[in-house]
Design a protein around this ligand. Structure first.
Ligand SMILES: [Zn+2]
Length: 389
């Protein structure tokens, strides 16, 4: 890792701390930092709290380098933000969107939002350093192409990177949404954890893998595609064609479907009332009913949590992570879902794998995808910068 990478990953750092982290001598760090300050790559801000002696200035990537554009595309929503090189969000916008509309419509909206948000922060397209984009499907990271994405079939073999690169003179990087959530959490912890998983449960179920401090994508970029692990061979048919995939039984649409059935069968007055008022039930309705103590909603939530835990138990035995962070729309359900997941994992995993295992909701919450898109944009543009030097 270069000194510049270390500054970026620590989100503000003193020269002394930089020397400690980088294993270079203080003299070498001081002279390198002086050079980068002069070039305008780094800047000094504020004064860090110090235990005495001279007061160290905090170094960060120079905001005059420009801005980053981050896009988090979900199956049912879209989020775009302008960020500083040290990932402060300058402007952001989120709205419902349907990725199944295909790249033409969705990307024209992304373009419009990018223009509006840049204008809002008084930035010009020329100031864009790099663009990071998360999508809810498998991405071949090297080509930037989506590969047979089940939730967005119209995007198969489409290159968002090539499509957007023409608009800005900036590099575009595309990755799977849950990989970016993992990257976002890795940055938040300043790489403090080396081996952890981020599970996203929304319209689908996916897993971001951080192994030895980096996001592991696999040979073709499909690592962590855990949604199609079978949890019940006699379960319902999944959109992938197989029976009883965890995604078909414990993701948002399955939870909404079970709640609709419960409402129609007269098992819950509250769910029936919601169904009558809204016409359909969503994961958020079930979350609301569950938090209100509805028995039928709670049973559905606990069953979904147990199935997710059943899948996770195998994954935990295989990978032995220190932490599993759960994110996506499911996080709004609250502690009941998490308790069911934990119980199922601890019950089924080997003692050695779970001795130090912590299972929590993702601390960055709904910001994880967008922050991850910013991390990807900055990290990869630093890598490009390094390779041209
Ligand atoms: Zn499946």
């Amino acid at each position: 890792m270069t000194l510049l990478d270390s500054v970026f990953w620590s989100a503000g750092i003193s020269r002394d701390a930089l020397a400690t982290r980088s294993a270079f001598s203080k003299t070498r760090v001081n002279s390198a930092v002086a050079g980068m300050l002069e070039q305008g790559v780094l800047e000094e801000v504020g004064v860090q709290h110090s235990t005495g002696g001279r007061r160290p200035e905090t170094l960060r990537l120079n905001r005059r380098l420009g801005v980053l554009l981050g896009v988090a595309m979900g199956a049912t929503g879209l989020e775009v933000a302008v960020l500083t090189p040290d990932l402060e969000v300058l402007a952001r916008h989120s709205e419902p969107a349907d990725v199944r509309q295909g790249p033409g419509l969705v990307l024209s909206r992304v373009r419009a939002l990018m223009r509006e948000l840049l204008a809002q922060c008084g930035a010009t397209p020329k100031q864009v350093i790099s663009i990071g984009i998360g999508v809810p499907g498998p991405v071949d990271f090297d080509s930037g192409q989506l590969v047979n994405p089940p939730l967005m079939p119209e995007w198969d073999a489409f290159s968002i990177r090539d499509d957007l690169r023409a608009d800005y003179g900036a590099p575009v990087f595309v990755d799977n949404d849950v990989n970016l959530m993992a990257l976002g959490e890795l940055w938040r912890m300043q790489r403090g954890l080396q081996n952890f998983l981020v599970i996203k449960v929304g319209t689908g179920i996916g897993c971001g893998i951080v192994c030895h401090g980096v996001v592991y994508r696999g040979t073709n970029g499909s690592a962590g595609d855990v949604g199609h692990i079978c949890v019940d061979p006699s379960g319902p048919r999944c959109h992938c064609g197989n029976l009883g995939c965890v995604e078909a039984m414990a993701a948002g649409p399955a939870i909404a479907r079970l709640a609709t059935e419960a409402a129609q069968a007269g098992e819950s007055a509250l769910l029936a009332e919601m169904l009558a008022a809204r016409g359909t039930l969503t994961l958020q309705d079930v979350a609301q009913a569950s938090r209100a103590g509805d028995t039928a909603a709670n049973a559905i939530v606990q069953h979904a949590g147990a199935l997710l835990g059943q899948m996770l138990a195998s994954v935990v035995n295989f990978f032995n992570p220190s932490h599993v962070f759960i994110g996506g729309g499911i996080a709004r359900i609250g502690p009941l879902f998490l308790a069911a997941v934990r119980q199922s994992v601890y019950h089924r995993s080997l003692a050695l794998s779970t001795r130090h295992l912590e299972i929590q909701y993702a601390p960055l919450g709904e910001r994880a995808g967008l922050i991850g898109a910013g991390v990807l944009a900055m990290q990869e543009s630093l890598r490009l910068r390094g390779s041209v030097r």
